[in-house]
Design a protein around this ligand. Structure first.
Ligand SMILES: Cc1cc2nc3c(=O)[nH]c(=O)nc-3n(C[C@H](O)[C@H](O)[C@H](O)COP(=O)(O)OP(=O)(O)OC[C@H]3O[C@@H](n4cnc5c(N)ncnc54)[C@H](O)[C@@H]3O)c2cc1C
Length: 346
């Protein structure tokens, strides 16, 4: 049986990326199963087409049309592979919505991913940049990732240590056209300590007695309330979340900067210091900036907004101006967080 799904030509991607920048895919298909994936991979290979995996489009910037095959990930399904004592393994297919999966796990009483509530996008994209928020990263609970390896044509299971996870980083970012994520295996527990130390989350629960520990669902709801207060909803203000990573500095650079800018915040990460990129951008005068098309959010300086008809290039030009300003002022080079999808895909 031919598992090839419908492949459409010249498809608009404007509503499939949360920045809502204009772009078209020369070819586009949606896959709901492994057979379809293998068939489209073969179809693209014989035509020598570049491919792009698309989840929720919340962490990428299209700079123009994509002259290849866009594969929208729609493989759905979640199951408890094992539940033993207070430990459980939850398996999630790549096309599942991440936030709904967090609520599903948290409602079952299992802990581990509740701090990652309300991060937009799909399960399959979560390991690409090792999503993180409020003191927790995906890699804290991830056991393995099942992938299609385009180099060998095999389906493989990569154990977490082999994925080289770091701060917003993984092997998948560095070998971007090689792996297609099919499913994640998460190790959750009813008894692991909750992670409530992060500033605003700690404040949220500060009045509670120690014996009155919140449930994972209560933690997820607290995270949702905090995020809704400070982050713009992409449906109302199109954006791609944090546009820059928080720079991590060596101690000598940090000490030198701190002498010059005593009010600069910093958080230890091993023997280095992480500086909030939002603070650097804010202090450089960019928070709330806007021109007729694009701008910087007025409450969260890390978020760039497409106000009205902006293109991916408009967004990147603004990001570049910010990057240069911060570099000139502090000598720190900001690194972009979203992936840039260049229009020349061949
Ligand atoms: C308002 C807002 C808030 C955000 N907050 C956070 C946050 O707190 N923490 C955080 O870490 N991120 C955050 N993000 C970024 C983003 O939500 C995450 O990176 C998310 O995992 C992206 O998922 P997606 O499905 O939208 O991926 P997409 O944007 O569709 O894709 C992102 C990258 O992953 C690749 N990809 C997607 N699916 C697969 C797959 N199955 N196999 C292989 N490659 C794949 C794509 O090709 C692309 O390179 C935020 C974004 C927004 C808009």
């Amino acid at each position: 049986m031919n598992a090839l799904p419908e492949i459409r030509e010249n498809v608009a991607l404007d509503n499939l990326n949360t920045l809502r920048v204009p772009a078209r895919a020369r070819w586009f298909c949606e896959i709901t199963g492994q057979d379809e994936l293998l068939a489209v991979a073969d179809w693209a290979r014989t035509r020598r087409l570049c491919t792009l995996l698309l989840g929720g489009g919340s962490n990428l910037v299209f700079t123009g049309d994509f002259d290849g095959l866009v594969i929208a990930m729609a493989m759905r399904g979640r199951r408890w592979e094992s539940v033993s004592g207070d430990q459980a393994t939850l398996v999630l297919k790549a096309g599942e919505n991440w936030h709904e999966s967090v609520l599903y796990a948290a409602s079952s009483g299992f802990r581990g991913i509740e701090n990652l509530a309300l991060i937009p996008g799909t399960v399959g994209a979560a390991p690409i940049q090792n999503i993180g928020a409020y003191g927790v990263e995906l890699c804290d609970t991830l056991e393995s990732v099942t992938v299609y390896d385009a180099r060998t044509g095999d389906i493989r299971v990569l154990k977490a240590p082999g994925c080289c996870f770091g701060y917003r980083d993984s092997i998948f970012k560095h070998e971007s056209n090689r792996y297609i994520v099919l499913e994640l295996r998460l190790r959750l527990s009813r008894s692991r300590p909750l992670s409530l130390g992060y500033g605003e989350l700690a404040d949220y629960f500060s009045g509670r007695q120690e014996k009155d520990e919140p449930t994972p669902l209560e933690v997820a709801k607290a995270v949702m309330a905090i995020r809704r207060r400070k982050l713009p909803d992409p449906v109302q203000l199109p954006n791609a979340g944090s546009f820059f990573k928080n720079p991590v500095l060596g101690l000598s650079q940090w000490q030198h900067l701190k002498e010059q800018w005593p009010e600069m915040p910093g958080y230890p990460v091993g023997d280095r210091m992480k500086v909030p990129a939002a603070w650097l951008i804010d202090q450089s005068g960019w928070r709330g900036y806007r021109n007729e098309r694009v701008g910087v959010h007025n409450r969260q300086a890390l978020v760039l907004i497409n106000h009205s008809g902006g293109t991916g290039r408009d967004i990147l030009e603004l990001a570049e101006r910010i990057r240069k300003d911060v570099e000139q002022r502090y000598g720190i080079t900001l690194e972009r967080e979203p992936g840039i999808i260049e229009s020349d895909a061949r």
